[in-house]
Design a protein around this ligand. Structure first.
Ligand SMILES: Cc1cc2nc3c(=O)[nH]c(=O)nc-3n(C[C@H](O)[C@H](O)[C@H](O)COP(=O)(O)O)c2cc1C
Length: 372
């Protein structure tokens, strides 16, 4: 990969937020991009956008394809594809500045001469770097041909996208079922929900919990100290605490009930992470709370424990020190972690996404650095 392509890819990946959990297409901001010569794919795209509430974008061609559809059209398209394969891309009239506001892209295209229709292929080619890092789903219409080559075209043009689900194929025989098929396909797509940059992350070992900061001066001051890796002391079988070296603003009240996942300030500088729910007579100032504390108690264990607090930012796979590039410093940070060192963001470090952070992630990151 060329250096410029790598930089563009990194920028695109950085613009794509970190991810957690699967959500259906209807719960995610999606852009439905379609090209249609004779209206079938347009109907399909409308049905998909209607179902998932996505924004529609039509790719408009150069206007020179012979009409009505005949062998002349096929020959024209076939010759143009030969030109494309030789690196001569045709004009299209649609261009997009960026795809920042969309978390998922659904591409709807007809099949031409066994492959992806030229205008959609061109659109993907022209926007590949801007689409890098996006989640993509593909829907194809043809008369009767299979769509393997169209799927390959999409993967070749968008090597840095994550393809979600199997491509939907509408052919002449099942066109009358387009609404049902679209509904079933769209509802079966499992996109990854974006983590909003701005969420607090609480990292214990290889478990990352998402938390929400309170809307007060204490939380603001705590946030200003992040990232923080704290050695937290066990107390009473329900909390871990650490005395910070600085005081934070406080306005303590008695909360009555402490909930598992509460992050509180005791006094002016004692950060407390609770992992049980119980009634208390003590007063605290709320810093925030873990959104879903399931597994928190198990992750924290019964003794003293190291906990890292950091703000969620758009993360680049392998960039564990968060400096925006994947380099040798990330390698040494991961090796330190494997050897029992400081906690790191597991999702970012799990480069090969096999569910563990180990020496194979290190070797793949080294390969990545050498080859990019
Ligand atoms: C230039 C061209 C080439 C085509 N080649 C094929 C083909 O190889 N196999 C096939 O099954 N259908 C082929 N078709 C038919 C279209 O894929 C099919 O009718 C599609 O659903 C049309 O979508 P649209 O109405 O959105 O343009 C071709 C259509 C055109 C215009």
């Amino acid at each position: 990969m060329k250096k410029t392509t790598f930089i563009l890819t990194c920028m695109a990946l950085l613009m794509t937020a970190g991810r957690t959990g699967a959500v259906p297409a209807s719960d995610i901001n999606s852009l439905v991009i379609y090209y249609s010569y004779s209206g079938v794919t347009e109907t399909l795209a409308n049905a998909i956008a209607n179902y998932c509430g996505g924004t529609l974008l039509e790719v408009v061609d150069h206007g020179n394809y012979p009409r009505p559809e005949s062998s002349t059209t096929y020959n024209y398209a076939n010759n143009e594809r030969s030109q494309i394969d030789a690196g001569n891309w045709p004009e299209i009239k649609t261009a997009v500045d960026n795809f920042d506001q969309w978390d998922a892209i659904i591409i709807c295209t007809p099949l031409w001469n066994g492959k992806m229709a030229n205008p959609m292929l061109t659109f993907l080619h022209n926007h590949a770097s801007k689409l890098a890092g996006k989640q993509v789903a593909l829907a194809v219409t043809s008369w009767s041909s299979g769509i393997t080559n169209v799927v390959n075209d999409a993967h070749n043009q968008l090597p840095n996208c994550t393809f979600v689900g199997n491509a939907l194929h509408i052919n002449y025989n099942n066109r009358s079922n387009i609404t049902t098929m679209t509904h079933n396909w769209t509802s079966g797509l499992d996109f990854e929900a974006p983590v909003a940059a701005g969420d607090l992350r609480v990292i214990v070992g290889n478990k990352t919990f998402t938390a929400t900061l309170a809307d007060n001066a204490t939380a603001d001051a705590f946030k200003a100290l992040l990232p923080l890796t704290l050695n937290m002391t066990e107390l009473n079988g329900n909390e871990k605490y650490n005395y910070l070296s600085t005081n934070l603003p406080s306005a303590a009240t008695n909360p009555g009930t402490i909930h598992s996942g509460d992050i509180m300030l005791y006094g002016r500088n004692c950060v407390v992470l609770f992992y049980e729910t119980f009634n208390t007579s003590y007063s605290y100032t709320r810093i925030g709370a873990i959104d879903d504390p399931t597994g928190l108690s198990a992750a924290l264990g019964s003794g003293d424990v190291t906990v890292r607090f950091e703000m969620a930012t758009a993360s680049l796979k392998g960039d564990v020190n968060g400096d925006g590039t994947v380099n040798v410093t990330d390698v040494t940070t991961i090796i330190d972690f494997i050897l029992g060192g400081e906690n790191i963001d597991f999702e970012t470090a799990d480069f090969n996404e096999d569910g563990s952070v180990n020496i194979s992630d290190v070797s793949e990151i080294i390969d990545y650095i050498i080859t990019h």
